[in-house]
Design a protein around this ligand. Sequence first.
Ligand SMILES: *Cc1c(COP(=O)(O)O)cnc(C)c1O
Length: 435
Amino acid sequence: MTRDQLVKTDNRHVWHPFTQHADPEASEHLVIAGGEGCELIDVDGRRYLDGVSSLWVSVFGHRHPVVDAAVRKQLDALAHSTMLGLTHPIAIELAERLAAITPEGLNRVFYSDSGSTAVEVALKMAFQWHQQQGDTRRNRFVALRDAYHGDTIGSVSVGGIDLFHAVYRPLLFDAVHVEAPLHREDEAALVQRALDTLEEVGDQVAAIVVEPLVQGAAGMRMHSPDFLRPIVQRARDLGALVVFDEVAVGFGRTGTLFAAEQVGFAPDFLCLAKGLTNGYLPLAVTMATDRVFEGFLGPAEHTFFHGHTYTGNPLACAAALATLDLFRDTDVMARLAGNAAVLRDACASLVARHPGRVREVRQTGTMVGIDLVARPDEPRLGREVVLACRERGVILRNLGDVVVLMPPLVMPHDQLRALVAAVDTVLASPRFTPT
Ligand SMILES: *Cc1c(COP(=O)(O)O)cnc(C)c1O
């Protein structure tokens, strides 16, 4: 099919996620046919910098030879076999490796296939664990306001983004939301408020669920370890389990392999997905402590009755193991601070250069949110800026009026600077100059 035929057929048959198909722009698709390193290539051969790692997954870039080879090799052995009643070498090895690199105590790996299911599994496990401990009053969850934990009904219940979640309210269970900072300056007062809320509901809480350090989909809201640590510690002291959703922040995004390392806190559950397979195949894990696992040993009704058909898919596990090899065998982690500094330098003058247009730039590790100020007649400013960047060969994505940069961990410095330069140039154009 030609590009025009592809776009026409897409408009006729494909229902895109998070897309209002009534918007004319929704039908102007860029058709991506290839990828190479930190670039995406459209059907006409035009190259674009992938400034958001293909929605936060592609930590080592596209068509990485090591990951490619691992998936090809696994194809010659086994593409799928169930984990219900059977097991296979690659899932075993991956579980062992994950237990070794994640925070202390997280020794059990439950496989599923998306960040949403990873969180869903943690919620169900936490609830059931307390039930089986005889603590049947613990049926509530605490989460941060503006949280995003996925799109299944349970993960939406602990989510707090009204635009996405309000319509489903009647279907959701009630979660207690505590206010989280937009940036680090707002923290001290909010810690105390969160602790007060925990005192009120603490003995009914099954688990507290948080995205540590950066609330990604909320628009890159950021807090420090000092905000989170007392809250999760207090929740634990009150008997709640602690779930870290590191689907977005895991795998180096915040500067350490996992954000939990900076928080200095080992949770009872760790949810991982996005970066796990370098974006090659859908795979997620819910990691749990032995203490949680042991709470499920006993009579038949204490079984965790949950599982997905593609649980532990061998091809996906092979991609994940190769990705972990790259974290172990390359200097990617050592170079993250340098990459973060390049982004910080490049963004440093944005507020001054675009007064009244750039409110602030928030950054943790290599996760960046450029927060724009929209006039009332600019309801889709963020989206339009992102589309204008695309014309300049840079693919970014906005969350409302926040332009997100989440480049592959391996993006070279000149390409990192080019991402910011594209935003800078677009904002300097007459169309986006505030009047
Ligand atoms: C993306 C995301 C999810 C959901 O992951 P999916 O694979 O899209 O279901 C959950 N939590 C966080 C923090 C995320 O960023």
